[in-house]
Design a protein around this ligand. Structure first.
Ligand code: MN3
Length: 202
């Protein structure tokens, strides 16, 4: 069974004005599609064919650049679309809200730390909120299409929120103003989806 490009859970223009429709069209239809096809090429005929993307990444040979880049790209973008929503924004509640309070002291402190991690990731990469077994949450940033599921990368644990800070994610609308894009991302975060991931992986 080959991996397939997952459909966007909303229309291309649904996240405007925070993320523009043209960026979403190219990002999903070209970039994520490319990672998906190249992931399938990278595992074709190998023992990884038929495994889940999580199992592939957790057991990854970090020297396998094609699988590292494209497996990461497939997983990271799939998560990214799902943690955004046109009805997003606000703050998390429930157990995730409590875990964020405990780790960072307040939602505002969390937002500052996450935004800083995303803004200071040099070049292309991602910033993450991850949950460890036991329920504590951590922030980290990773280069390129790496993510904390991969051996020895970032804070470890399960990524439950991620922001893509490659220029292709924001350049059409924000040019070099990465901090403005990061701030806008907070207006579309789907905290219900992030909470579901927290509860599934805590
Ligand atoms: Mn991207």
């Amino acid at each position: 069974m080959a991996f397939e490009l997952p459909p966007l859970p909303y229309a291309h223009d649904a996240l405007e004005p925070h993320i523009d429709a043209r960026t979403m069209e190219i990002h999903h239809g070209k970039h994520h599609n490319g990672y998906t096809n190249n992931l399938n090429n990278a595992i074709a005929g190998s023992s990884q064919e038929g495994e889940s993307i999580e199992a592939i990444l957790e057991n990854l040979d970090m020297n396998n650049k094609a699988l590292r880049n494209n497996g990461g790209g497939y997983f990271n973008h799939r998560l990214f679309w799902n943690v955004m929503s046109p009805n997003g924004g606000g703050e998390p509640s429930g157990e995730l809200g409590a875990a964020i309070q405990k780790a960072f002291g307040s939602f505002e402190n969390f937002k500052d730390s996450f935004s800083k991690a995303a803004a200071t990731q040099f070049g292309s990469g991602w910033a993450w909120l991850c949950v460890q077994k036991g329920g504590t949450v951590d922030i980290c940033a990773t280069a390129n299409q790496d993510n904390p599921l991969m051996p020895g990368i970032g804070c470890g644990g399960a990524p439950i929120l991620g922001i893509d800070v490659w220029e292709h994610a924001y350049y059409l609308n924000y040019q070099n103003r990465r901090p403005d894009y990061i701030n806008a991302f907070f207006s579309v975060i789907n905290w219900e989806a992030v909470s579901e991931l927290y509860n599934a992986h805590k």
